[in-house]
Design a protein around this ligand. Structure first.
Ligand code: DGL
Length: 259
């Protein structure tokens, strides 16, 4: 029996993690779950989010019997992971802001963390900065809109450049002779916009996407590989039960998801 890996996000941002996990474990069977009925998680009360994700996870485990679950969402992981680990015996891999490698790699010691407002406000994120800033000045930049912009891109309705430029502008600090050289992408939706972020950045920076590291962790935890041959076709589940539009269907097919 192939290992079943369930990849979970509030929407389609988790696809940026999913594609890396598939590269690391092509033989596994995948179910991608988008909790689009509740998107965005940003702005939800913490207690509401803990209850929602906990209840949904119980149903998903019952239905899909996964061997491993990847919570491909910073907004959820920075809050609900401890609750999930206490409640369920399935191993979970979370996605949290890559502050440690970003600060270790920054030459100018100016790093920005770009995430949802919820993620940059979480105590979990603040604790990572206290522990791993490594002498860097770390600026937290919360965006209410960027995850929605990334979804729009996949739906075939990309937003204008200036809207994206406005959201990322606070990440770029030029002060005291030191400019930001590293921006942590602390929301799994943002790598979907990477080519636009690179083009719209006022100067070149390293955008840190944690997906390859998460994929390595998922591969380590999911037992011995059965070979390099692809497993059964991956499935996507929308909690809203909607069927994807033609444009979204084409975008999903690029991620190897046929519906
Ligand atoms: N993909 C989610 C994350 O990594 C955020 C989107 C949302 O607000 O639901 O944080």
């Amino acid at each position: 029996m192939a290992t079943t890996i369930l990849v979970f996000d509030s929407g389609l941002g988790g696809l940026t993690v999913f594609r890396e996990v598939v590269k690391a474990r092509p033989d596994a069977h995948y179910v991608y779950v988008a909790d689009d009925a509740f998107f965005p998680y940003n702005g939800r009360a913490e207690a509401e989010l803990v209850a929602r994700v906990g209840a949904l996870m119980g149903e998903l485990i019952e239905t899909h019997r996964p061997d491993l679950i990847v919570i491909a969402c910073n907004t959820a992981s920075t809050l609900v992971l401890p609750h999930l680990r206490t409640r369920f015996s399935v191993p979970f891999v979370g996605t949290v802001p890559a502050i440690k490698p970003a600060c270790a790699g920054s030459r100018t010691k100016r790093v920005s963390v770009l995430g949802t407002e919820a993620t940059v406000g979480r105590e979990y994120t603040h604790a990572l900065i206290r522990e791993f800033a490594n002498g860097s000045d770390v600026k937290l930049v919360g965006s209410a809109k960027l995850a929605g912009f990334a979804e729009a891109e996949l739906y075939g309705a990309p937003v204008a450049d200036d809207l994206i430029a406005q959201e990322i502008a606070p990440c770029f600090v030029d002060a005291g002779g030191r400019r930001t050289d590293t921006v942590v992408l602390a929301c799994t939706h943002y790598p979907l916009l990477l080519y636009r972020l690179e083009r719209l950045a006022p100067w070149p920076v390293t955008f840190v996407d944690p997906a390859p590291a998460i994929a390595r962790r998922a591969a380590d935890l999911s037992g011995p590989k059965a070979g390099d041959a692809p497993g059964s076709p991956a499935r996507i589940v929308f909690t809203s039960s909607r069927s994807p539009s033609a444009a979204l269907g084409a975008a999903l097919a690029r991620f190897g998801l046929g519906g």
